[in-house]
Design a protein. Structure first.
Length: 284
DNA sequence: CTTACGGCCTGGGTGC
DNA sequence: TGCACCCAGGCCGTAA
């Protein structure tokens, strides 16, 4: 499942392959995950790739249109759960569920594959790009401690839900949320408003450390994630809690538990990450 | 207003 | 060999 580190790894791969390339033609398979397929077919051919950026879990391919440079636009890509991008020779075998092909002017092909099609693709003009990015949360690697703290403490929701909410922080998914909370020794059901300064500092550090280390290891390949060069990540070897139910906590030896928090299966150590006091209200 | 929760989309993996 | 079920991220509707 691509989260921030996986998307960053893909972005780095694309930065080595796309900038300066011109898109010659576009071929689409299933299009139900594309906001406006006709716009893709109309606007992309002839355009030239400027830069490739990442914001949270979004990949942003900046494009210069073929007719004059005045109307630049971008291609927003969200990989969803199973989205994969490769840049390969056109004769490379076509992976099943590949639905987007761009022929590039260096003879290679950009391909988007997505088994579940939970991903999203949309063309955005320069203006709508700004308003769209305005709705996306802070990138956790760009947020300062003060911004992070303000965000967490501004809401009563559980810390797990806060970290997962893409409107607040953009880029954290289930794996890195659980790993960060374990490292910071904070229970997933703690309320944001109740977090102490020291805890917020620990969590902020933990989030950054985990994400940066995962990026260095090219992400986590828990199911079939591969980057744009087809390589698997290796951070899954460093997971301390994710999918380790019943195994020993690396810190204290207690058995890792799994519970549903914020609608997601959540892994934590019941000893290191102490649960908040029962905050069951009223029910008599 | 806020937060919680269930359902929906899809299809591979799992377990009976 | 079949097949019901689970699960994932984002989003939306509804309830409290």
């Amino acid at each position: 499942m691509p989260e921030l580190p996986e998307v960053e790894t893909v972005a780095r791969g694309l930065r080595a392959a796309l900038p300066g390339r011109r898109i010659l033609s576009v071929r689409l398979g299933k299009t139900d995950f594309i906001e406006d397929p006709a716009a893709m077919e109309r606007d992309l051919p002839g355009s030239k790739v400027g830069s490739v950026r990442r914001h949270g879990k979004f990949l942003i391919v900046e494009l210069e249109s073929s007719n004059g440079s005045a109307d630049n636009f971008s291609l927003f890509i969200h990989l969803g759960m199973t989205g994969q991008i490769v840049v390969c020779p056109p004769e490379a075998p076509e992976a099943p569920h590949t639905h987007v092909f761009f022929a590039l002017d260096d003879g290679r092909e950009f391909r988007y594959t997505d088994v579940r099609r939970f991903g999203k693709m949309r063309i955005l003009s320069a203006e709508s790009r700004k308003s769209t990015l305005g709705k996306v949360g802070l990138d956790p690697l760009e947020a300062t401690l003060d911004e992070f703290s303000a965000l967490v403490r501004s809401r009563r929701a559980r810390i797990k839900a806060l970290l997962l909410d893409q409107h607040g922080l953009s880029g954290m998914g289930n794996i890195y949320t659980d790993e960060s909370l374990w490292r910071a020794r904070i229970h997933p059901t703690r309320l944001g408003v109740h977090m102490k300064d020291a805890e917020l500092r620990r969590l902020y550090r933990a989030v950054r450390d985990i994400l940066n280390q995962a990026i260095r290891m090219r992400g986590s390949s828990v199911s079939d994630y591969v980057d744009s060069e087809g390589r698997r990540g290796s951070f899954q070897q460093r997971h301390k809690v994710y999918q380790r139910k019943g195994k020993k906590c690396f810190r204290c030896g207690a058995l890792i538990r799994r519970a549903i928090v914020a609608g997601r299966s959540s892994y934590f150590c019941p000893r290191c990450q102490t649960a908040p006091r029962n905050r069951r209200r009223s029910s008599r």
